[in-house]
Design a protein around this ligand. Structure first.
Ligand code: PLP
Length: 359
């Protein structure tokens, strides 16, 4: 049996299995036993949890918390609101749309870890909202809507589909003339790197008119192992670009040192940071949310100038009207008719002439 399948069969999602890996606290056990929620992870990812520290950054993303019962800032019916599922009746459940040229195509609600901060938790984690994710329906819709050039395949985790289904999906999307790129959002590189098998590499293929881009989600340097590095390298070898979409999480990556270490380790592992997401307004995740300006401050104080620009993601908030950048401009301090006064990361200043744009 393939190792990734045995990892999924050994899924850690009961107190008994959890006890073999960590020493759960009474609070954690109470949350597991009382919350009506889907939880768990692979044995591989579970092994990255600190057995004795409930504040371990991996552990907090995996083990349910009673704090999930609190909800001050979350929006009820968040997913329907966020994905505009109520405004366009012609669109199947599997297609979320906020832009003209691209869509998010949900192909499954299963994951290799049920992140406690999941922004689609109403469908994926709590499963209160039942949507129908029908691949054929989605492909048909994309075929008909010729302005769609970029298909972001998401979930759940699309890499939990079988090789057969993934292969068929990629082949069918690549046969649509107006589709120019395929993207996958998958956390398997982080929580199930065994998924990147030789067979999968053959399915992803090599040179093709329609390239494949992957974005994973890594939120803490502890999540990156030698196995991650190998999986990323294997993906790059078959022509697949690998990026990261981190989520800003209170107590996990919202301090300058961890934040810098995370982004440096990503580029050292050949993963290009793409987005840093402000933790979204899904219900029950208040305890993960920071102030809005925290993300741009961390990029300013932890990354910009302190390490390569390749490590710097764009800080955004994903809203119902699309992603909105939340980057501050801390570097242009003054503009006159004659010149700009600029500041670097150390506070040193320099001058740039203001050249008028002639019409
Ligand atoms: C995030 C998202 C996309 C992709 O946005 P990019 O900025 O191109 O990465 C597309 N459609 C929906 C509905 C999304 O939420």
């Amino acid at each position: 049996m393939e190792e990734w399948i045995s990892q999924m069969q050994g899924f850690i999602n009961t107190p008994e299995k959890l006890r073999r890996i960590i020493n759960p606290t009474p609070e954690e056990l109470k949350a597991i036993n009382t919350l009506d929620t889907r939880w768990g992870t692979t044995p591989y990812f579970a092994a990255l949890m600190d057995p004795d520290d409930p504040c371990c950054p991996v552990r907090r993303q995996i083990i349910p918390s009673l704090k999930e019962l609190e909800n001050t800032y979350g929006i009820k019916n968040y997913l329907m609101f966020h994905e505009n599922r109520t405004v366009d009746p012609e669109r199947p459940d599997c297609i979320a749309r906020q832009y003209q040229d691209r869509v998010a195509f949900t192909v499954t609600d299963t994951c290799a870890s049920y992140c406690r901060h999941c922004f689609r938790r109403e469908v994926v984690v709590d499963q209160r909202l039942k949507l129908r994710f029908d691949l054929d329906q989605g492909i048909k819709w994309i075929k008909k809507n010729k302005e769609i050039k970029d298909v972001l395949v998401t979930g759940g985790d699309p890499f939990l589909l079988s090789d057969q289904l993934l292969g068929d999906l990629i082949t069918q999307l690549r046969q649509i003339d107006h589709v120019r790129m395929i993207r996958f959002g998958t956390r398997t590189i982080i929580n199930l790197p065994q998924r990147i098998t030789q067979d999968l590499m053959e399915i992803l293929g090599d040179f093709h008119r329609v390239p494949i881009w992957i974005n994973t989600q890594c939120n803490h340097p502890k999540e990156i192992t030698d196995k991650t590095a190998r999986a990323v390298f294997d993906l790059l070898r078959c022509g697949v670009n690998v990026g990261n979409q981190a989520v800003l999480l209170k107590g996990i990556n919202d301090d300058v040192d961890t934040f810098r270490e995370l982004h440096q380790k990503l580029v050292y592992t050949r993963i290009r940071p793409y987005y840093l997401f402000y933790c979204e307004a899904a219900p029950g995740i208040d305890h993960f949310r920071t102030g809005v300006e925290k993300g741009s401050q961390l990029i300013r104080d932890g990354l910009q100038g302190h390490t390569t620009g390749l490590a710097r993601p764009t800080y955004v908030i994903a809203t119902n009207i699309g992603k909105i950048p939340l980057m501050g401009n801390d570097y242009m301090i003054e503009k006159t008719e004659k010149e700009y006064r600029l500041r670097n990361y150390l506070g040193e200043e320099t001058i740039l002439p203001n050249i008028p744009d002639e019409q």
